[in-house]
Design a protein around this ligand. Structure first.
Ligand code: MG
Length: 372
């Protein structure tokens, strides 16, 4: 068959088909809240598919490959980086969205963008930047930085700042913000189900992959982790099936999420009811919340606070702090350019610059400036 003979369905036809798969409480395929700056929509892609493409093609997204998840990048080729973590969150989010008849494209956008604002050296880097901003009365939090990146810092056109994403995506990134913290009053409404599920998929992804990475790094043994009921249950399942512990942890968590959430969703009929809901509608059962809490505590005690992990992250934290102080007293052309663009304080431009760095670039900059 020649290419010209392949019939191509129109966007309107595909929109109708895709919309028929959605539950009434899902965010519609084309969204309802629109973009900050009006622009014509695409001929072949739905609005959130276009947003996903804008996110993937940013520099911030590419830099995720050089940012720490738990292990500082370069410590081992097989450990998760911020990029592979993001991809795992997107995969789990899309599966959950599809199963619950929610908007898969929107969940993918929120998942792919959720950690864009994460600084180098993981949570240690985040703490260093928060301390830096607190000195001038501000704060640093990676969700808010992700929002700032897609609305202001990234460039795709001279017509507007940022990526001009649909408001449903922006609302999904601001899940932890309070109403006075953001400009568009998006928090007048509660989070969409799509935003709620990405938040949980994030926790499912890092719990699963951190068990995997922690075991591979020898930070704890299988026997150690199986003292926790959720891990013991997952291990039993994985042994029977001859598959991975990580896969079974994800399976057990996602299955519980389906059971609990479908019960809650039975009481919801419309998207407005979701936005008006004071309580989360996508969540684990109480029993699973407790079991997951115990596994999280185990990972804190045996992995995130393990001397091997702490040693690297503590030095990363020092690098981030030293870079902020140095760039504030000796602002480079790049920092000045950022300050001009954002029309903000120098401290903030320094924060924007340093938080965007990969681990490797931050170390190289610190070395070049004789900070190490
Ligand atoms: Mg994450």
């Amino acid at each position: 068959m020649r290419y010209t003979e392949v019939s191509m369905r129109t966007l309107a036809e595909r929109l109708k088909e895709a919309s028929a798969l959605l539950a009434p409480y899902a965010v519609p395929i084309a969204g309802t809240l629109g973009r900050t700056f009006n622009e014509p929509e695409d001929d072949t892609r739905f609005p959130f598919q276009r947003d996903r493409d804008r996110i993937i093609h940013t520099q911030s997204f590419r830099r995720l490959k050089g940012k720490t998840q738990v292990f500082v990048t370069g410590q081992g080729d097989h450990y998760r980086t911020r990029l592979t973590h993001t991809m795992e969150v997107a995969q789990i989010s899309r599966d959950i969205a599809r199963t619950l008849s929610l908007n898969e494209d929107l969940t993918e956008c929120i998942a792919l963008a959720h950690d864009l604002g994460h600084p180098p050296f993981g949570h240690a880097g985040e703490e260093a930047l928060n301390t830096w901003m607190q000195e001038s009365g501000g704060s640093f939090e990676h969700n808010h930085q992700s929002y700032r990146i897609v609305t202001l810092l990234e460039e795709r056109t001279n017509q507007y700042p940022g990526l001009n994403l649909n408001r449903e995506v922006l609302g999904g990134l601001l899940k932890h913000r309070t109403p006075h913290d953001h400009p568009e009053n998006m928090m007048d409404r509660g989070p969409s189900l799509e935003a709620q599920l990405v938040n949980i998929a994030d926790e499912i992804a890092y719990t699963g992959h951190d068990c995997d990475d922690g075991l591979k790094a020898g930070l704890f043994t299988l026997e150690n982790i199986c003292s926790i009921p959720l891990a013991a249950h997952a291990y039993e399942r994985s042994r029977d099936r001859e598959t991975s512990l990580r896969g079974s942890i994800i399976h057990i968590l996602v299955s519980d999420l389906y059971d609990m959430s479908s019960k809650k969703l039975n009481r919801v009929r419309t998207l407005d009811a979701v936005y008006a809901s004071a309580e989360p509608l996508i969540e684990f059962s109480e029993k699973m919340t407790r079991e997951l809490g115990a596994l999280r505590q185990f990972l804190w005690d045996h992995m995130y606070l393990h001397p091997k992990v702490l040693e690297k992250s503590t030095s990363g934290k020092e690098v981030v702090g030293a870079l902020c102080r140095h760039l504030f007293s000796h602002p480079t052309a790049k920092v000045k350019e950022l300050q001009k663009k954002t029309q903000g304080a120098l401290e903030e431009a320094v924060k924007d610059y340093v938080s965007g760095m990969t681990d490797r670039f931050a170390l190289a900059q610190a070395e070049e400036s004789h900070l190490l």
